[in-house]
Ligand binder design. Structure first.
Ligand code: 3MF
Ligand code: MG
Ligand code: MG
Length: 412
């Protein structure tokens, strides 16, 4: 092939994307509670060892693209859209007005707001640092974000306490830090209750998001399970207002089965929000788009969520790779991520209806014939053949993932 001139590269991307087929329409995409974060679309490709590869993109452009693509919801950190030094000033109000206008003009709703308590130098010691001034400032930031959320019509607030931990052992007393962290959340809930009452709106759902490593060396609440125990610890004044925003990759990173973490959150009644992405076990937070690494696991995750009637947001918290251009972010990255998610969701529906899977699981639950329930040998023998169905179930899920249950199209 000859070298491709720059002017022909976008048409090539567009043509090959069309050839891939299988795209859903914006109207179909809008039927799902899918949210696109400001920070995902605006990510410029920078990291500790990486210079940016894309140019900055503001919220007006992101919201316009989301509207066109059929991503019906938008989420943001406070500082993604409001520079830290004008937060809580009149300038903030003017920006929030512009956001509201952009959302209305593009038929996009704000689903979630979140406070950045990990990036700015003021949070070098974390959001629950020793200094009472830092903690007071953090609490004011959380309350301010809650108010922005109400102003924009959000129903969720998310908290990723990224820097709640330490680099240097012994420098932080864990119980004290966790108490201080709870004070911040309590202040956010109190502010929410007051604002919601004033506006006649329901209070927000406050969702904690865990990540096992990064950006601190040691993390005080590294997993969704740790957060469940924190919610139940007695430190929160409104535990009923606080639930979870698990992130698929964050659970995978520590070696967990994400589906099992989600199951525990469902049993606790705390699965309220879900960050969807993909990546690898025991690696750093690569934030690859949903389904590109573990599609079979993702199918199983969505079967669990569909069968339990999960109706919260699916938040596209991934990072378009550094190799994707500004153009590619909206031409390829977001539409394909959304469409893989919807394909997997549809397949999860097929799994739940599939006659082979249904009969196999029913048979396993029926078990074999046992006459003496204390006879260990008889019980073992009675179920021995049936248990082969576990492997057959795996095969059938693979067939559904690849569409092979409808017949193979490749000719021998
Ligand atoms: C970091 C994350 C965060 C959180 C966000 C929401 C930058 O790994 O996943 O995204 O999702 O802060 O509160
Ligand atoms: Mg992540
Ligand atoms: Mg996340």
């Amino acid at each position: 092939m000859n070298p491709i001139p720059t002017s022909e590269q976008r048409p090539l991307i567009d043509r090959l994307t069309r050839v891939c087929g299988g795209a859903y329409t914006p109207e179909q995409r809008r039927k799902f509670f899918i949210s696109g974060p400001q920070w995902a679309a605006a990510y410029e490709g920078q990291a500790l060892f990486h210079a940016p590869t894309r140019s900055p993109v503001g919220f007006e452009e992101v919201i316009r693209h989301y509207g066109e693509l059929g991503i019906g919801h938008w989420a943001t950190h406070d500082t993604d859209v409001i520079p830290a030094d004008v937060l809580m000033t009149g300038e903030q109000d003017a920006i929030v007005e512009r956001i509201d206008m952009a959302l209305r003009n593009n038929g996009v709703a704000c689903s979630m707001v979140t406070t950045e308590t990990f990036h700015h130098a003021v949070f070098a010691g974390g959001p629950a640092a020793e200094s009472p001034h830092v903690r007071e400032y953090a609490a004011a930031r959380l309350a301010n974000t809650v108010n922005i959320g109400h102003r924009l019509g959000a129903r969720y607030a998310v908290y990723w306490p990224g820097s709640l931990g330490y680099q240097i052992q012994g420098a932080v007393e864990e119980t004290q830090t966790l108490r201080w962290y709870a004070d911040g959340l309590n202040a956010a809930c109190e502010a929410d209750i007051a604002t919601a009452a004033k506006l006649g709106r329901p209070t927000l759902k406050h969702c904690l998001e865990a990540k096992p490593f990064e950006p601190q060396a040691e993390i005080l609440l590294p997993t969704s399970d740790a957060m469940l125990s924190f919610i139940a610890s007695g430190l929160l004044t409104h535990p009923e207002m606080v639930g979870l925003n698990p992130e698929y990759l964050h659970e995978l990173m520590w070696g967990c089965a994400p589906r099992a973490a989600l199951a525990r959150a469902i049993l606790a009644g705390k699965l309220w929000h879900f960050d969807i992405n993909d990546g690898y076990r025991l690696k750093h937070d690569v934030d690859i788009a949903v389904g590109l690494v573990n599609p079979l696991d993702w199918l199983n995750v969505l079967v669990l969520l569909r069968s339990h009637g999960y109706n919260g947001p699916f938040n596209l918290d991934y990072k378009p790779p550094r190799t994707t251009s500004n153009y590619g972010v909206f031409a390829v990255s977001f539409p394909t991520a959304v469409d893989r998610f919807i394909s997997l969701w549809e397949m999860a529906g097929e799994v739940l209806e599939d006659p082979v899977l249904r009969e196999a699981t029913d048979a396993l639950k029926a078990g074999g014939v046992v006459t003496n329930s204390k006879d260990v040998r008889e019980i073992t023998e009675a179920n021995k053949e049936l248990l082969t169905l576990h492997e057959l179930i795996g095969h059938r899920l693979f067939q559904i993932l690849l569409g092979l249950h409808k017949g193979r199209s490749y000719s021998l």
